[in-house]
Design a protein around this ligand. Structure first.
Ligand code: DAH
Length: 340
């Protein structure tokens, strides 16, 4: 008896109906006088007295559950009827929507954030309109440095000098001024330089800056971090090479080349037949920069790096002309859906 009740309970629980008439048939099958549930009640008379209490409870539960199930099947159709009465037709095909796609620069920026996120870097942003201190002075640019020149920088006001930031290194300063080490962050953002627009240069572009400050941070940590990044971004087979360079805010400074992922290092017009392409600048944060931000350079060291998102995207997708990123031609933009 118990087994029969359980089977019926499961069977009824799984019932569905496509049309209202089906619900009525189900009601008759289970709940009418000769229905399967009612028949069990008839058999109830014949079971031994000591089982009556337990079986009786189970039977009542079955009956209630069956009635509820049939009611809920009915109610579902009542709701549908309401939809009809209100003039809605849920079977009508939807209007075609054109949902758009992610911009390739956003795809690559998100990928950079993901890659560094995996090794504990969080994301911060800073203002696009900056003062001289955060964009230049705190970063150790001497007053006569050519990067401050009107040729490069879009100035908004003189005295005090307000400008459009020329790089995201400014966010390094803002972060170190307000936070205590350990700091492990990346700073994506838009930057501006007074350059003629061409296939290889634009006056607006995007960078991601990275900063890691703690006790005992060494150049070895920097190199390993960049190797990890290059392999994640361009593939496991990617090799890196660091060349000495100069930036006012890092000492020593370097530029990072990755093996050309287009020709595999054999030489092509993208890598100018060298097998290598430069992707970023980097170095150990100059102690003077740490001190400018109130961080004790006798206790802490750090590294920083900065890369152009356009450049990484050009390499990753073999786009030949940077201007395409800013024209918003849907035929161009649609090609990147689902690429990452
Ligand atoms: N700010 C530099 C630029 O815009 C890039 C850069 C170089 C950032 C070296 C750094 C760095 O953090 O260490 O060209």
């Amino acid at each position: 008896m118990k087994g029969r009740i359980e089977n019926l309970l499961n069977e009824i629980g799984a019932l569905t109906a496509q049309v209202p008439d089906e619900v009525e048939l189900l009601r008759l099958k289970y709940l009418s006088k000769k229905g399967l549930v009612s028949v069990l009640f008839d058999d109830f008379r014949n079971i031994p007295a000591e089982q009556k209490k337990e079986i009786g409870q189970l039977l009542n539960h079955l009956k209630n559950a069956s009635q509820e199930k049939i009611e809920s099947l009915k109610a579902a159709f009542d709701e549908k009827d309401e939809v009809h009465e209100q003039g809605m037709d849920l079977s009508r095909p939807v209007d075609h929507m054109n949902p758009g796609t992610r911009h390739p620069l956003s795809i690559v920026r998100n990928e950079i954030i993901r890659i560094f996120g995996q090794i504990g870097y969080t994301v911060a942003e800073g203002p696009e309109i900056e003062d001289d201190w955060h964009n230049f002075s705190a970063l150790n640019f001497p007053p006569e440095h050519p990067a401050r020149d009107m040729q490069d920088t879009f100035f908004i006001a003189k005295e005090p000098e307000i400008l459009l930031r020329t790089h995201t290194s400014s966010v390094q300063i803002r972060t170190m001024e307000t936070e205590k080490p350990p700091i492990r962050k990346i700073f994506p953002g838009r930057v501006f330089r007074n350059e003629a627009i061409s296939a290889r240069a634009h006056c607006i572009f995007h960078q991601v800056e990275g900063l890691y400050v703690d006790k005992n941070v060494s150049f070895m940590d920097l190199k390993q971090t960049l190797l990890y990044f290059a392999r994640e971004m361009f593939g496991e087979q990617t090799k890196i090479r660091l060349r000495p360079s100069f930036f006012p805010f890092t000492e020593p400074s370097g530029e990072l080349d990755v093996s050309c992922n287009i020709c595999g290092g054999k030489g092509c017009n993208i890598c100018k037949y060298t097998g290598w392409v430069e992707i970023l600048g980097c170095g150990m944060v100059d102690p003077a920069v740490l001190e400018n931000c109130g961080i004790d350079s006798k206790i802490y060291t750090g590294f920083a790096f900065g890369m152009g998102i356009e450049r990484i995207t050009l390499l990753k997708y073999q786009v030949k002309d940077l201007r395409l990123f800013f024209e918003n031609d849907l035929r161009f933009l649609r090609q990147f859906t689902g690429t990452l």
